[in-house]
Design a binder for this molecule. Structure first.
Ligand code: 13P
Ligand code: SF4
Length: 311
């Protein structure tokens, strides 16, 4: 066992020795964000995965993110510190039920939010993330019916933004679903100058009162460029680490959740399954490794590449 500092040093040493890169999502714990080569939103992370020349990609995020990196890089070794790091959106959309849904609605263009399994991507026409969903939907010719899965909140928001009707899959993110409108309004009374900003995975009632809606990178850019000095932030609380570093002079307040969580804010238990210890062991032992069958990969790469080309 190592002390925290030694653990970080060992990870850096192994990373160099093995020509590995660590990609981390903003929802990871601060120590992991500190040691990562790149910290970003889902789109930024897949773009980094597409451009790296490292031999090993260690994904400090959740399973669908590492799987996407593997689909983009079949020859590279892609590691995930804990294979159980899932996502409620990905889990809401089992391949057999989704196949039935598509078969029931022939002629639809299938757009899937990147938060889904490789099997689901293999059934899709084009993938999107929260930062390019509007663009992706707008790229479908008018008059062509669309299936959008698995996030119904993001889907409803994009329908509102684009004016396009879409058939929505009934999935939600358990973290963004849990924001409490009454508590947020109360908090706003305490901080009347604060702007309320939200991730589009949040409920429609939450999005209705938001003055800015965007991906995690979008939210960080917004607090950086906006003249506002106080922000109530509705997304996973891990984002506050990087966000606060970017705007040390501004006041950032995590939006409260419905249930009293262990922290006063929202955390994704899947994202938080990754720890520095697991990251170290995974880099040292080169396991757990992500595998995707050739059959699924050959189909899933097509909608992912379409998205990357559009972004
Ligand atoms: P983005 O980082 O793309 O905004 O996605 C948020 C999220 O919930 C990832 O799981
Ligand atoms: Fe999935 Fe929500 Fe966790 Fe992101 S925050 S990984 S969407 S459960």
């Amino acid at each position: 066992t190592f002390s925290k500092t030694n653990l970080a040093e060992e990870i850096l040493r192994l990373k160099k020795e093995k020509n590995a890169i660590i990609l981390a999502h903003y929802y990871q714990e601060p120590a992991i964000q500190e040691i990562a080569d790149f910290v970003g939103d889902s789109l930024g992370l897949s773009q980094q995965a597409a451009s790296t020349d490292a031999d090993i990609i260690v994904f400090a995020g959740v399973h669908f993110m590492a799987e996407t990196a593997k689909i983009i890089n079949p020859k590279k070794r892609v590691l995930l510190p804990d294979l159980n790091a899932s996502c409620s959106l990905a889990e809401s959309c089992p391949p057999d039920l989704f196949r039935e849904f598509i078969d029931k609605h022939p002629g639809h263009t299938v757009i899937t939010y990147v938060n889904c399994s490789a099997e689901i991507k293999a059934m899709s026409d084009i993938v999107c993330t929260s930062s390019n969903a509007e663009k992706v939907v707008a790229s479908v010719p008018l008059g062509t019916p669309i299936i959008f899965a698995p996030d119904k909140n993001l889907g409803a928001y994009i329908m509102h933004k684009t004016g396009r009707e879409m058939l929505l899959w009934d999935g939600v993110c358990i973290v963004h679903e849990a924001f409490a409108i009454d508590k947020i309004l109360k908090l706003h009374q305490k901080y009347p100058q604060a702007q309320f900003i939200a991730h589009p995975e949040s409920n429609p009632e939450i999005l209705k009162i938001a003055s800015y809606i965007g991906s995690t990178t979008g939210m960080i850019n917004h607090v950086k460029t906006d003249s506002g000095k106080e922000f109530i932030v509705a997304t996973e609380a891990g984002i506050l680490y990087k966000m606060q570093q970017e705007v040390p002079e501004k006041v950032l307040i995590p939006a409260p959740a419905k249930e009293d969580n262990t922290c006063a804010c929202s955390e994704c238990a899947f994202m938080k399954m990754n720890t520095m210890e697991k990251l170290y062991l995974c880099l040292k032992n080169e396991t757990p490794e992500i595998h995707v069958s050739d059959e699924i990969r050959e189909k899933a790469i097509i909608p992912i590449e379409r998205m990357l080309n559009l972004s």
